[in-house]
Structure formats: structure tokens, C-alpha cells
Design a protein around this ligand. Structure first.
Ligand code: ADP
Length: 652
């Protein structure tokens, strides 16, 4: 049977319902009161009919002080007006609205909604305001960080790029755009390395990246050789790291690459320099061992033959032979010393060139006769030695350093004789003399292996040839020659076939000088010198040199006075009025030759002074001229050279 509800029960239920409603109403009001949003309700006239505690606290008021008031009595006029304007819009449109405002340095999010009855008539307006300053600041600082990062990315010289898991670019910086030839970084989005690099390079990068996606292991500083679009190679150090989302899943990668082409090139140069230094160290060691041999051999000759000369019973023939051996050994030693001095000067950049009008054919003929003599002396009958000159050329001059030209050709000829057991040696001039003059020395000797053709011009370099016995030398000759050739404005090159022979070519610029081209020179007879009536003063402190000079000058008929130091020379010059020429030694005790020359020159500008320089060094010679000497002759003095030089001054 259906249970009927009694009146009491109904009353009880209604009371229960009222209590529930008021409970929920008070919970609702409490909730709205306590939330940290300013909430309010206004009637249609703009008067507050409800505000929550938070709203009141923002204005430093009690809720009861606000109820019944309008915006104009609570806020500054401008703010009140803008609040009212917004309210009007909501009420007229009967639609809720939310917007943000900045007020007194704080950001607020405002929500307004019309309160409508069931018929849709406006009863009032509800509003809620939230302080969003801290969120706003977060967003602002995030966007600022973004800007910083963008600025950093675009101004850094390294290339930076982001790729998705298909290795497609999702973002690149300006440096990367420049590297792959794009005007704007945006053009790369969605493209891959295959669009910008050749297949091989792109494939390698793709493989690397797929490995990173599969394993998560980054690629750190991998050196990659790449090619610009014009084919020019460059190197980068590439780092690629996987990017993960909040669930630790790989979504792509970020890559950063630094161009290290400069470092690679510098390292390569350093490595080459190191290898060269090590090689040169090895060569130096070999050079010292060689040098010791090169010095000992002629020294042994000199000491040995000098001792033989002590024997009172030797025949004239033997004596001449011993003396000629001593001479030859001494010359070898002198040449060695000259080479060492030259190479040191070249390395110190101090070797200077003294250019003058140089009679080329005369020099070649002189060389031919000297080497012919050497060939005879050394019994090299199996060598056919020739000088070949272009037809119709008697003589021509060249502005160059005659001594250095002779030195280079002497060296090349010396080598040709040294490395040719039997066969042919020919030297001379190439016929075409237009812009350059090309001298050559050809032999049919042992030849030079292909891979050694450049090396032989390095100092101390020698090619060891097992089939060739008795190789002598220091490895300095060609280094000196090629440096000298450069100083003369030219160059030396070699053509050679191993086992068949070599040809060295010295090419000098053709600078014909004032005498012009192709001057005919008359054949000279060996001159005899006659200086009757000439007064010579010889300044020399070494007795052995005095004896030698006396012998040389004996037949010239000149009167000779002797001084054994600078002081005596000055005194004799001022006491004797008629001295025509002074032969001045430079290295002497008390007053040396330079000082003596200067003091004599102060009083006498016409006397001829010829210096005897002990070292065949160019600056020594220049120093003589600066101190007032007219000319110089190098020691050891060669008889013909001295007489010709003296004759030049005594007969003009
Ligand atoms: P060296 O004093 O040892 O001769 P060089 O500098 O003159 O020094 O020559 C260097 C090396 O070049 C020689 O040791 C030799 O191996 C090679 N060479 C030079 N000239 C010739 C040549 N005409 N024929 C063959 N080899 C040569």
C-alpha cells in the first residue's frame, strides 16, 4: 500500500530543503567571497549590489562600504568612465565579454556577463577581475628569452639548425643559410641536406642522424669535409644532439657546426713545418758527418804532401806534383769554407748581389779553359767536354753579378764532372736570347731519380746512389746556386733521366746593359806587365805573403816599398810623395787596413788603394770601398787576377 505523506512530514521536508538551500547558498557565497578574484554584481543603474571580500580588500574597504555605490564614487574618474563604458557594451549586447587591461603597472583579466531573467530581461551585470601580472611577466620574459636566443643564433658565426625525425630542417640560423647559399633561413624549412649538398655528403649526414634518432647518443665534434657549391672544400666540426619531448620521446635534433678550415690548414702547415724541421735535422746530422769527411780528406792531403816535401832528395817532378796536390787540396778547403759562408749568409738574408756589365761569352770561355785544365789534371780522358755557343754571337754583356754567375756555373760544371764517370759534358747558352738568357750544363752521368729532382735544391740534400762510388760533397752547392739564381732575378731547373744523365738550366733576365747586345771582343794575348817608374807600397804583416807578392811583382819593373802594419803605412805615405798604388792588407795589428785607408784617403784623394780581403765576402768588399779603397782582391791571391787588376789602374 502506498504510504501517504503527513502534513508534519511535509513541513519537515520543506524545512530540510530550506536549510539545504541556505547551506548551499552560504557555501556559494563563501566560495565567491574567498576566491582571489574580485567579483561584483551591479544593478541596471550601475550600483554595486554585491561585492566579494577580495574586491573590497583591493580598495582597502569593507564590503558594506561599497554596496549601493557606483564606480564614480570608488574609482578615479577616468577609470570609472572606462569601466562604465565596458558595462554598457555588455548590457546592450546582452553578451559576456572578457578583456585585459594594464592599470598602475599591473595586468588584469576582466570578465563581465549580463544577468538576465527567464524572459531575457536585464537585471544587472556580473563582473570578475583577475590579477594576471605574474603570468604576463612570465610570457614576456619567455618571449624576451626567445628574442635573445634568436639574436644569438643569427649572430653567432657557427651554423645552428633544427631537424625533425625525417632529417628535414625545421629551423636554421643565418650562418647556416649562408653556408647552403640561401638568402633567408625560412627557405630551408622542410628541405633536407640532399637539396644542398652532393649525394655522398648528404647520405653520410642522414645516416649519422638516423643513428642518433635510433640510439639517442649524440654526435660530438665530428670533423666533416664538405664542399661549397663552387666545389671549394671546407671542413666543419659538427655536433648533433637529439631533442626530446616531456615524455622523453625523441622528436628531432639540434645541430651546431663550426667551420674549422683555417685550423685544419694551419695544422697542416704546422705538420709540414715539423716534418721539414725533422728532415732538416736529419740532414744536418748527415751534413756534419759529411763535413768532417770533406775537411779531413784535403787536410790529410795537405799534411801528407807537405811532409813529403821535407825530404831533401825528392826530384823536381815529384816536388811539382806534391805542390800541385797541396794546391788542389787547399782550393777544395777554400771552396768548402766559401760554401759554408754563402749558405749562412743566404739563410740570414745577408747575401748581396753586386751587379755590373758582365761579358757573358768571356766568362763562359774562361770556365771552359779552367775546367779543361781540371779535366786534364784529373785524367778524365773518357769525358768529351764542350762549350757550345749560339752562332753569330761573339760577345754580349748582361747586367748581373759576374762573380755569382761564375759561381753558379762553376758549381754546375763541378757536379757534372763529379757525377759523370765517362761520356759527354756540354755547357753553353741556349740560342734564343730575347727576354731571358738561358745557360745550361748537360752531362751523360748518373742522372737523378724523378722523386729527388726537387729535393736536391734543398740545403744538405744528397742523393745516395749505390752504383756510384766515391760520391763527395756537402749537399750545399745546388742550394746555394738556386738561391743565387733567385737573387739574380732568375731560376734554376733540372731535367734528368735516372741512369742516363742530367741537364741543369740557369735562366736569367736579359738585361743587356749600356754596351748593348752582341759586342765583338778582340782576342786577347796573354799580357805582360811593365810598370817601370811606378811606385808601389805594399802593406802586409805576414812574411809568407810578403814573399809571395814580391815573387809575383818581380818582373813588372815597379819600385816596391814595404810596410808591415797600418801605422807604418800612414807614415810612409806621408814621407814618400810619389806613391802610385798601395796594396793594403786589412787584418793587421795596431791600426788595421780600414783605418789606415781612411787616414791616407783624408790627405790624398788620388793614390790608388787596393785592398786584399781575406774573406770572399761581399759585404767585406763593400766595406773596403766605403773606407776609400778603389778596388779589392780576394785572398788567396791569384797571380793573373792581381796583375790584371793592378794594370787596369796603373796604365790609365
Ligand atoms: P753536393 O756537394 O753533394 O754535390 P749539391 O747541392 O751540389 O751537393 O748536389 C746535391 C745532390 O744532387 C748531389 O749530392 C747529387 O746527388 C745530385 N746531383 C747534383 N748534380 C748532379 C748531376 N749533374 N748528376 C747527378 N746528380 C747530381
Amino acid at each position: 500500500m502506498e504510504k501517504t505523506t503527513s502534513y508534519e512530514e511535509l513541513i519537515e521536508k520543506i524545512k530540510q530543503l530550506e536549510s539545504d538551500v541556505s547551506k548551499y547558498k552560504s557555501i556559494g557565497e563563501n566560495l565567491v567571497d574567498k576566491i582571489p578574484y574580485a567579483s561584483w554584481i551591479k544593478d541596471t543603474e550601475g550600483k554595486f549590489i554585491y561585492v566579494n571580500e577580495y574586491f573590497a580588500s583591493q580598495l582597502n574597504l569593507q564590503t558594506k562600504d561599497i554596496i549601493g555605490k557606483d564606480s564614480y564614487s570608488l574609482f578615479p574618474p577616468e577609470e570609472a568612465m572606462s569601466r562604465e563604458d565596458e558595462d554598457k557594451i555588455v548590457l546592450s549586447q546582452k553578451k559576456s565579454k572578457s578583456y585585459e587591461i594594464l592599470n598602475n603597472g599591473k595586468w588584469y583579466e576582466i570578465y563581465k556577463a549580463p544577468l538576465l531573467n527567464s524572459k531575457g530581461e536585464v537585471l544587472g551585470i556580473f563582473g570578475m577581475t583577475k590579477d594576471i601580472t605574474s603570468e604576463k611577466n612570465k610570457v614576456y620574459s619567455l618571449s624576451r628569452e626567445g628574442e635573445f636566443l634568436r639574436a644569438l643564433m643569427d649572430n653567432i658565426p657557427d651554423t645552428i639548425y633544427f631537424k625533425d625525425k625525417q632529417s628535414r630542417f625545421t629551423l636554421i640560423n643565418k650562418a647556416k643559410a649562408r653556408e647552403i647559399g640561401l638568402v633567408s633561413p625560412d627557405e630551408a624549412i622542410g628541405k633536407t641536406d640532399f637539396d644542398f649538398f652532393d649525394k655522398e655528403q648528404a647520405e653520410q649526414a642522414f645516416q649519422d642522424e638516423q643513428k642518433i634518432f635510433a640510439t639517442g647518443i649524440p654526435l660530438i665534434n665530428k670533423v666533416e669535409k664538405l664542399k661549397h657549391q663552387d666545389g671549394e672544400p671546407y671542413w666543419v666540426s659538427a655536433t648533433k644532439i637529439a631533442i626530446k619531448d616531456e615524455l622523453n620521446r625523441i622528436t628531432g635534433l639540434v645541430g651546431i657546426s663550426r667551420n674549422i678550415t683555417y685550423n685544419i690548414q694551419v695544422n697542416k702547415k704546422l705538420r709540414e713545418a715539423k716534418e721539414k724541421a725533422e728532415e732538416s735535422d736529419k740532414l744536418k746530422t748527415a751534413f756534419l758527418a759529411n763535413m768532417s769527411h770533406e775537411i779531413r780528406t784535403p787536410m790529410n792531403g795537405i799534411i801528407g804532401f807537405s811532409n813529403l816535401l821535407k825530404d831533401p832528395d825528392i826530384s823536381t817532378e815529384d816536388r811539382d806534383e806534391y805542390i800541385s796536390q797541396i794546391n788542389s787540396c787547399s782550393n777544395t778547403l777554400l771552396n768548402l769554407i766559401d760554401d759554408i759562408i754563402d749558405i749562412s749568409k743566404i739563410e740570414a738574408g745577408q747575401l748581396r748581389i753586386m751587379e755590373s756589365e758582365t761579358p757573358v761569352i768571356h766568362i763562359l770561355k774562361d770556365l771552359y779553359s779552367s775546367f779543361s785544365k781540371i779535366k786534364e789534371q784529373e785524367n778524365k780522358f773518357d769525358i768529351d767536354f764542350n762549350l757550345k755557343l749560339p752562332e753569330n754571337i761573339e760577345e754580349f754583356t748582361l747586367i748581373t753579378d759576374p762573380n755569382r754567375l761564375k759561381q753558379i756555373l762553376t758549381n754546375l760544371l763541378g757536379n757534372a764532372f763529379k757525377f759523370t764517370g765517362k761520356g759527354k759534358i756540354e755547357f753553353g747558352l741556349m740560342p734564343d736570347i730575347t727576354k731571358t738568357v738561358v745557360f745550361y750544363v748537360k752531362d751523360t752521368g748518373i742522372g737523378i731519380p724523378e722523386d729527388k729532382k726537387d729535393v736536391i735544391f734543398d740545403r744538405f740534400a744528397q742523393v745516395f746512389d749505390p752504383g756510384f762510388k766515391g760520391q763527395k760533397g756537402t749537399g750545399l752547392g745546388l742550394a746555394i746556386c738556386s738561391n743565387l739564381a733567385k737573387l739574380l732575378g732568375g731560376s734554376i731547373r733540372v731535367e734528368s733521366q735516372y741512369g742516363k744523365g742530367s741537364a741543369f738550366f740557369l735562366e736569367l733576365p736579359y738585361n743587356p746593359g749600356s754596351k748593348g747586345k752582341m759586342v765583338t771582343v778582340k782576342n786577347k794575348l796573354k799580357p805582360s806587365f811593365s810598370w817601370e817608374g811606378k811606385q808601389l807600397l805594399i802593406v802586409e804583416d805576414e812574411r809568407i805573403n810578403q814573399i809571395y807578392l814580391r815573387e809575383i811583382l818581380k818582373k813588372t819593373g815597379a819600385s816596391i816599398s814595404w810596410a808591415s802594419n797600418g801605422k807604418e803605412a800612414i807614415e810612409m805615405h806621408s814621407s814618400m810623395q810619389d806613391i802610385d798604388m798601395i796594396l793594403m792588407d786589412l787584418k793587421m795589428p795596431e791600426i788595421d787596413g780600414y783605418q789606415a785607408t781612411r787616414r791616407i784617403r783624408e790627405k790624398d784623394s788620388s793614390v790608388i788603394i787596393i785592398a786584399q780581403t781575406a774573406y770572399a765576402m761581399q759585404d767585406e768588399r763593400e766595406k773596403c770601398i766605403q773606407h776609400g779603397c778603389n778596388d779589392y782582391v780576394s785572398k788567396p791571391i791569384q797571380k793573373d787576377q792581381l796583375l790584371e787588376l793592378m794594370n787596369k789602374y796603373l796604365t790609365t
